[in-house]
Write a protein that binds this ligand. Sequence first.
Ligand code: AMP
Length: 412
Amino acid sequence: MAFKTLGLSESVLRGVQAAGYTDPTPIQLRAIPAVLSGRDLIASAQTGTGKTAAFALPILSKLGTHGKPRVLILEPTRELAAQVETAFRDFARFTNINTVAVFGGVGYGRQREELRRGVDVIAATPGRLMDYLKTGEINLRDISILVLDEVDRMLDMGFLPVVKDIIGRCPRERQTLFFSATIPPEIAAVAAFALRDPARIEIGVNRSVNQSVTHALYPVNAGQKFDLLLALLEKIDFQSVLIFSRTKHGADKIARKLKTANHSVAVLHANRSQNQRLEALAGFKSGKYELMVATDIASRGIDVAGVSHVINFDVPENPEDYVHRIGRTGRAQAVGDAFTLVTPENANDIRDIQRFIGAKIPELKLEGFPYQAYTARPEQPAQPRGGHGRAGQGGQRPADGGGRSWGFRGRR
Ligand code: AMP
């Protein structure tokens, strides 16, 4: 097993084997030796590249056995903290190392109990961690490894001041691992503050979309979007579909309509309670729900193995979010499809996305769908390119005339 050559401990190697991993991914190949060497690290890598194991495996190897709380991992969202906790527990199953996730939105009871029992690794969101730091239930004096994950997301969510505060409470003598998909100036400033002579790893180009994802645009009038979504769901051969809405209200509305159409649907957005969010995610992962409608809260980092399709019901607001959303599918080299419903009003957004990813996204039409004329509202003329004008020709083929199949194999 190629993992054997990387210097991981025997018990961690057994954990890796039990997880079913055979070959390290590129980021694991590069990050594991760097982390084991004790160096600080700054890494930019797309989600889905195996980033979590890239830091979890060497950290667990270094920890060896149960002791004091020595590792702190900061995550921007509760879901990510829970996911990292699960990964650490999986990989550490042949050790006596304990991991706890600390995040808000749920009661303190279970977290307190676990903290009292003694933990080695804390995966936390900044807010709830601060609560425990203030009461003294967690102190960071023995932290020897600090992981700052998805730092650009921390910036988006306004967490940077509290993150800086937390970094300042950790011992100066420590190893710091820093992960961020993009490194704008504010993030570079945090890196300069937190890291010492870091090794740098860049996997893939920040802006590229996952190569194993087949993506396509579906031009449609705003009034026909939901009907097209239903028609697409009828036609595609999917296991599980993540559907993105721009707004929480919109997500609820789409979910309600999908339920009426007899689909099993979970909803994930920030207005739902933590328990509802965990239930939605767990149900979607287990297959209880075949569809999940989410806002961009779910577009980064959430690991839902087996997502076969991402459908952007709404075009994302930021080009970066397009990359993050479709990063949910095609994770770790599985092939996935990502479809975006586009109305004439979205012409500028699409142009920005294509510029951002440096590629043109093919336009498709769904065969047999009763398209109305694709027209822009008068105040914002669209520039339909290629496929828009070809209504009724050639079914769901790439609008540029390419002849490949797009995975419509009929469902069930
Ligand atoms: P991550 O980028 O850490 O969110 O990982 C994305 C997905 O890839 C997760 O489902 C991991 O379990 C999976 N994964 C990570 N590393 C490997 C590996 N070496 N072999 C197979 N699957 C992996």
